[in-house]
Design a protein around this ligand. Sequence first.
Ligand code: ZN
Length: 138
Amino acid sequence: MRRAMLLLLVTLSLTLCLTSNLAPADLDPLDPWYRGYNETYFNNELPQTVIISHNLTDDTNMAITTPLTNGYYHIDFNPKFGYHTGKGTSITELRNLFHEMCHVEIFVEGTVEFDDHGPHWEGCMHRLAIQKALDNLW
Ligand SMILES: [Zn+2]
């Protein structure tokens, strides 16, 4: 019995170790979605240097994308809009992730638009719609 308990503890410890290596606690639930969407819909042309968080407290925005001075981009989501802790992501958030990824694309291109949601940004969203990226998100 004691040997079985020891084996169980070792197995549980190994499982926790492997799980924590695969999914670091500081990784936002939307991070793997960003990587997958980048590969599938942006040909991995968007930067890997993107940090996603859920710390936005300005309730006038669902999310904000900010280019940082070190070459990183920060996509900050407001947890009040569709964030379900422990339940993964919501359709609203995945739709907003595409919205923010188009902002990243505009920043990377260096395009300056009078309106943040101008023709270039709209073109990105339109291209995603043609690729059927948004089909299951409405
Ligand atoms: Zn926007």
